[in-house]
Design a protein around this ligand. Structure first.
Ligand SMILES: Nc1nc2c(ncn2[C@@H]2O[C@H](COP(=O)(O)OP(=O)(O)OP(=O)(O)O)[C@@H](O)[C@H]2O)c(=O)[nH]1
Ligand SMILES: [Mg+2]
Length: 246
């Protein structure tokens, strides 16, 4: 007997993901799905990338957290249009939540949206949310065995950020092992050594993202207007919870 339920849910998410991607393409917006463990430095990296890219692209942020709006407040303090998405227990964001939340952002005034996914090395990799680009963070204190233990997170991504690289001298972390394992599951994929706290390595990562935007929307996708115009108007808002089906 065919078991259909999980298959239908996954297919449906893929359909909505496609719909979200088409909506964003219509607005010439690149959406970046930022994934990694709790505390890996996702918000810190997004903050650093905003600093590196805000003069070239109009940026918005969707902050995914199980509860609270601490991260959204951090980003909104930068003058960036920000929406907090609380999943109320779900361990990942699904495409339908992004579809529901997009109207809360000024889409006509944005070129780039960062989505901070729920801190988790498993579920977020399984659910496309309409993104054009996926970034997986692994921070040095988490250990150098994570690619072997959680391969999908490193297979189904467009780049790996080894964050908290400044911590390398203090941890028994073999970066070459990690990159070798990463390239086993994701041959030739780019990786970056980043310190999100002081900005080291963020410039290279920012150029990678800018290159992807240019490839998708052309060289003139870079900002021609006022980089901060969108950010001056929109406060952090709380949106409806994601469907709890983790
Ligand atoms: N030394 C160092 N600390 C960092 C770096 N990036 C982030 N941190 C610190 O790591 C802690 C967690 O950073 P966050 O950016 O909040 O991590 P997160 O992944 O957004 O965390 P959650 O949203 O809770 O999953 C904070 O104390 C940051 O200051 C880094 O590159 N180097
Ligand atoms: Mg965060």
């Amino acid at each position: 007997m065919e078991i259909k339920v999980l298959h239908q849910i996954m297919d449906w998410n893929e359909d909505v993901s496609q719909e979200v991607q088409e909506t964003l393409a219509g607005h010439k917006i690149c959406m970046v799905n930022v994934m990694g463990s709790p505390g890996a430095g996702k918000t810190s990296m997004i903050t650093a990338l905003i600093g590196a890219l805000k003069d070239r692209f109009r940026i918005g942020v969707i902050e995914g957290d199980i509860a609270g709006k601490i991260d959204a407040e951090r980003i909104a303090d930068l003058g960036i249009p920000t929406v907090q998405l609380n999943t109320d227990g779900a361990c990942h964001i699904e495409a339908m939540s992004i579809r529901a939340i997009l109207p809360e952002l000024p889409l006509d005034s944005l070129d780039l949206i960062f989505v901070e996914n729920i801190g988790n090395l498993v579920c977020p990799a399984e659910f496309r949310i309409g993104e054009s680009l996926r970034i997986t963070l692994l921070s040095i204190p988490e250990g150098d065995d994570k690619v072997e233990k959680y391969p999908l997170m490193f297979t189904d991504t467009d780049c790996l950020v080894l964050n908290k690289y400044d911590m390398l001298p203090y941890f028994d972390f073999d970066a070459e092992r990690v990159v070798a394992n990463y390239h086993t599951v994701n041959p030739g994929a780019p990786f970056f050594h980043v310190n999100s706290r002081d900005g080291e390595g963020v410039g290279e990562l920012a150029e990678f993202i800018a290159g992807k935007i240019s490839a998708a929307f052309g060289e003139d996708a870079a900002l021609t207007g006022d980089a901060t115009a969108a950010g001056e108007t929109a406060p952090a808002e709380e949106a409806a919870p994601a469907d709890d089906r983790s």
